[in-house]
Ligand binder design. Structure first.
Ligand SMILES: Cc1cc2nc3c(=O)[nH]c(=O)nc-3n(C[C@H](O)[C@H](O)[C@H](O)COP(=O)(O)OP(=O)(O)OC[C@H]3O[C@@H](n4cnc5c(N)ncnc54)[C@H](O)[C@@H]3O)c2cc1C
Length: 428
C-alpha cells in the first residue's frame, strides 16, 4: 500500500490527511514535533486567558485518528534523504515514504537585535511558546511588544488579562497600516489604546538589555528611550519553518517553492500551508499567505491530486478574519492599505468607533473590489458571489443588508451609510 507521509499536523497537513482518507485507502502518517494531536493555533490565546482549556483546542476527539487510520507520530524530522525517500528523526529513527507533503508552518522572525536571545524575550507561534509565556509572565508586571501584526495585538490582550502593563511599539503611523487603509488602522489604534495599552506609533526597537541570569530588563527605542520590562514579545511577523530543509536539493526561497499543483521541484514531494511559496501566485495575491484559510484550501486541493484527481490550486477570492480586542474584523477581496489610481475607497464609521466599513472599487468601471468590516459580521458567500459576478459598487451598497448577519444594524445605519457614500464620493 502506498505510504503518504505528511510533516506537520497543523490545519494544512491535517486537512490534507482527512481528505486523502475520504478518497483513498493509502497508509497515512502525520509527523509533528509540537503536539500529539492537531489543535487550533488561532485559539491559543484563549488558553492563556483562561477562557478555554488546552483540550478544548482539539477539533477532533482523540479516537478520530485511529478510526480514520491516520497514524500520528510525535517526532522531530532532522533531515530528509530525497533520493532514498527517507525521513531521519532526531531520535535516530527513520521512516520511508512514497509521497511526501511538507506542511511545516511558520516560526517567528528575529531580526538580529542585540539582546534577542535573553530570557524573557519570545514570540508566540507554538504550543511551546505558550508554555514559555506562562513561565515568563509568572512574576512579570511590565511587557514591551514589538511589531504591530495580528499576533502582537493578541499578545497585548492576553497580557492585559493578567494585569501586565503593556507598551506596544509599531513602525507604522497607525496599527497594521501596512495592511489596513489609514482610517481603519486608526480605528484599531484607538481601540487598542482604549484598553489601556501604551501604543507607540512610528517607534522601532534599537536593542534589548538585561543579563544572562536575570533575563531581560529593558528595551531601548530608536529615539533612545529606555522602557523597563521583564518580557519582550517579538511580533514582527513570521517566516516559513524550513531551516532544516535548507542544504538539500529542495528548491526554496523564503518558503518551499511550489507550482500551481503545490508540487516542489522534487517528484512526489509537495508543500502546503504557511511554509509553501507559490512560484506564480494569482494576481493580487501573495506568494506566501500565512493564514488559516489558505492552509485549509491548499490541504483540500492537494488531497485531490494525491488521490488521482490532479487539480490546480485556485485560491478564489481573498478572505480573512481576526479580532482586535472587542472589534471583529473581516475582509473580502482587495482593499489596499495605500490604494493606487485604480482603486477608490469609501469609509463609513460609527461615532462610537467600534463599527466601520471600508469598501474599495474601481473608479471608472465602478467595479466592486473588496470590503473591510469592523464590528459587523458579514456573510462570506454573498461577498464571494458579488466578487465573482464583478458587481458594481452601487449594487453592493444597495444590497448590503443581504450580506449582514445583524439586520437591525442596517435598519439603524443603512441610510447613514448611503448618505455618507453619496457625500464622499458621488458629489465632486
Ligand atoms: C497566535 C496566532 C494567532 C493566529 N490568528 C490567526 C487568525 O486569526 N486568522 C488566520 O487566518 N490565521 C491566524 N494565524 C495563522 C494560522 O494559525 C496559520 O496560518 C496556520 O495555523 C498555519 O497552518 P499550517 O498547517 O501551515 O502550519 P502549522 O499549524 O504551523 O503546523 C506546522 C507543524 O509542523 C511541525 N513541524 C515543523 N517542522 C517540523 C519538523 N522538522 N519535524 C516535525 N514537525 C515539524 C510544527 O511543529 C507544527 O506543529 C495565527 C497564528 C498564530 C500563531
Amino acid at each position: 500500500m502506498e505510504h503518504i507521509v505528511i510533516i506537520g499536523n497543523g490545519i494544512a497537513g491535517i486537512t490534507c490527511a482527512r481528505h486523502i482518507r475520504k478518497n483513498a485507502d493509502a497508509k497515512i502518517t502525520v509527523v509533528s514535533a509540537e503536539s500529539e494531536y492537531f489543535f487550533s493555533r488561532t485559539a491559543l490565546m484563549y488558553v492563556y486567558m483562561g477562557h478555554m482549556k488546552w483540550d478544548h483546542l482539539k477539533p477532533y476527539e482523540d479516537w478520530f485518528w485511529e478510526k480514520n487510520r491516520i497514524e500520528l507520530k510525535k517526532a522531530l524530522v532532522d533531515n530528509i534523504n530525497f533520493e532514498e525517500k527517507t525521513l531521519h528523526f532526531s531520535s535516530n529513527e527513520k521512516m520511508n515514504y512514497d509521497k511526501l507533503v511538507l506542511a511545516t508552518g511558520s516560526v517567528y522572525n528575529k531580526f538580529g537585535w542585540k539582546g534577542q536571545e535573553l530570557k524573557g524575550v519570545q514570540g508566540l507561534v507554538s504550543k511551546q511558546d505558550l508554555e514559555l509565556l506562562e513561565e515568563n509572565t509568572r512574576d512579570c508586571n511590565k511587557a514591551v511588544i514589538i511589531g504591530g501584526g495580528l499576533i502582537g495585538v493578541e499578545l497585548a490582550e492576553m497580557l492585559k488579562t493578567r494585569n501586565i502593563d503593556v507598551t506596544f511599539l509599531i513602525r507604522e503611523k497607525a496599527f497594521w497600516h501596512n495592511v489596513l487603509p489609514l482610517q481603519d488602522a486608526k480605528l484599531i489604534s484607538d481601540q487598542i489604546r482604549s484598553h489601556g495599552v501604551d501604543l507607540r506609533h512610528e517607534t522601532e526597537i534599537d536593542k534589548i538589555t538585561g543579563d544572562q541570569k536575570k533575563g531581560v530588563t529593558a528595551v531601548f527605542t530608536n529615539s533612545g528611550e529606555e522602557i523597563k520590562c521583564q518580557l519582550v514579545g517579538l511580533c514582527t511577523g513570521v517566516r516559513p519553518n524550513i531551516d532544516f530543509l535548507k542544504n538539500s536539493r529542495l528548491e526554496t526561497d523564503k518558503g518551499i517553492l511550489v507550482d500551481e499543483f503545490l508540487q516542489t521541484n522534487i517528484k512526489e514531494v509537495y508543500a502546503i500551508g504557511d511554509c509553501a511559496q507559490l512560484k506564480q501566485p494569482a494576481s493580487n495575491r501573495k506568494p506566501i499567505e500565512a493564514v488559516w484559510y489558505t492552509g485549509r484550501m491548499m490541504g483540500e486541493t492537494l488531497a485531490q491530486t494525491l488521490t488521482g484527481n490532479t487539480i490546480k490550486y485556485k485560491p478564489g477570492n481573498w478572505f480573512n478574519s481576526a479580532k482586535f480586542f472587542d472589534i471583529e474584523y473581516q475582509t473580502y477581496g482587495q482593499v489596499s492599505a495605500k490604494p493606487g489610481q485604480n482603486e477608490k475607497q469609501f469609509h463609513w464609521q460609527h461615532k462610537d468607533k467600534t463599527k466601520a466599513i471600508t469598501i474599495a472599487f474601481e473608479p471608472t468601471s465602478k467595479k466592486f473590489l473588496g470590503i473591510n468590516t469592523f464590528g459587523i459580521r458579514m456573510r462570506h458567500p454573498i461577498f464571494n458571489r458579488w466578487l465573482n459576478e464583478e458587481q458594481k459598487i452601487d449594487h453592493v451598497l444597495a444590497n448590503l443588508k443581504q450580506a449582514n448577519f445583524d439586520p437591525e444594524f442596517y435598519t439603524s445605519y443603512e441610510k447613514e451609510i448611503f448618505k455618507s457614500f453619496k457625500e464622499n464620493l458621488q458629489n465632486p
